[in-house]
Design a binder for this molecule. Structure first.
Ligand code: ADP
Ligand code: MG
Length: 321
């Protein structure tokens, strides 16, 4: 069956997600017409996934649909924003209906979980590439910024770090490690955007970022934006057994510089720590204190044997040669 661009849009994208009351006009016209709530500002973020760069060609299309939206929702989470709308620009080498159905299903399931409506996009032919933009709402006074950290803040991270990087390393090495791999692979392929956590941190955390380039690199972003330094107690890093085994061997790369975690890294003033921990506990959001922001220079890593180092493994940077 041969598809025109318009058949494609109608079949796969027009009804991919549910309808929101604040969408006056969704897919089908030259623009979507949207009604943002009074008094809150729009939080907008966009991310592109390119085959061979961000995902392997053989990746499960449903996982890809999920991840393309998840990495964007993670940015909204890091600002404490409430997700609302998404647009999708997709470039496809061919029309593979099985692939497309799975991709849209993966996207739509995560969209439904966060009440996100797909309101527009663009469909073109070419090397596989997926760009998603998300739009959310946040009270401008409460948005979580990278720049709000202060010396004396305590530093926290959600979930676990390093799993996605270890999964990718094992995929590349083609090394089989049995059932452990399924859990790691899920962390790489289907990251969980910490949207609820980000929202409960608004008004309580001072600074936040989502960990996409590796814990150390993203911590550096907070430090630079906030004009502070940090001290991280590596014995407190929340890691899965597989990543813990690597750290025990002295290989801290996945945990500190792996990237693709999509956890939230945030700093909290001492007077707010109890309130944050209580709120996270009540919401079932796992968070772990890993250090503090300090009034010094650089990022000090305190290894479990007590050694302190300011040498940081690098995170992912597309333009570094
Ligand atoms: P135009 O040529 O005016 O830019 P298009 O033909 O590209 O319009 O798109 C027609 C409609 O379908 C628009 O509302 C557009 O937002 C929507 N659309 C196109 N591709 C996608 C997609 N991949 N996902 C969601 N909506 C899409
Ligand atoms: Mg167009």
């Amino acid at each position: 069956m041969s598809f025109s661009e318009f058949d494609l849009i109608r079949t796969y994208f027009s009804h991919a997600t549910g309808n929101r009351g604040d969408v006056l006009l969704g897919i089908g016209d030259d623009c979507a017409l949207l009604n943002p709530p009074a008094g809150r500002c729009l939080a907008i973020s966009i991310d592109t996934l390119v085959e061979g760069r961000h995902f392997l060609p053989e990746v499960d299309p449903a996982a890809l649909g999920h991840k393309a939206l998840a990495v964007n929702l993670s940015d909204l989470a890091a600002m404490g924003a409430e997700p609302a709308w998404a647009t999708l620009a997709i470039t496809l080498p061919t029309v593979d209906e099985v692939w497309l159905r799975a991709f849209v299903d993966g996207f739509a399931q995560l969209a439904a979980a966060h009440d996100v409506q797909l309101v527009g996009g663009d469909t073109t032919r070419g090397p596989l590439s997926i760009t998603v933009q998300v739009h959310g709402f946040v009270d401008p006074a409460l948005a979580l910024r990278r720049s709000g950290g202060r010396a004396g803040d305590r530093l926290f991270v959600s979930g676990t770090v390093g799993d996605a990087a270890l999964a990718l390393q094992r995929l590349r090495d083609n090394a089989a490690h049995g059932t452990e791999d399924a859990c790691l692979l899920a962390r790489l392929d289907r990251p969980t955007p910490r949207v609820a956590l980000g929202r409960l941190l608004t008004g309580r955390a001072n600074a936040a970022i989502d960990v996409s380039d590796g814990l150390a690199a993203d911590l550096r972003h907070i430090c630079e934006a906030s004009g502070v330094a940090a001290r991280v107690d590596l014995s407190r890093l929340p890691v899965s057994p597989a990543v813990a085994a690597a750290c025990d061997r002295g290989d801290w790369h996945c945990a500190l510089a792996g990237g693709d975690d999509y956890e939230l890294l945030f700093s909290v003033g001492a007077d707010q720590v109890d309130a944050v921990l209580a709120a996270c506990g009540a919401a079932g959001e796992p968070v772990q204190e890993i250090g503090s922001l300090v009034d010094e220079e650089g990022i000090a890593l305190v290894y479990p044997d007590g050694r302190v180092s300011k040498e940081i493994p690098d995170g992912f940077d597309h333009f570094r040669t």
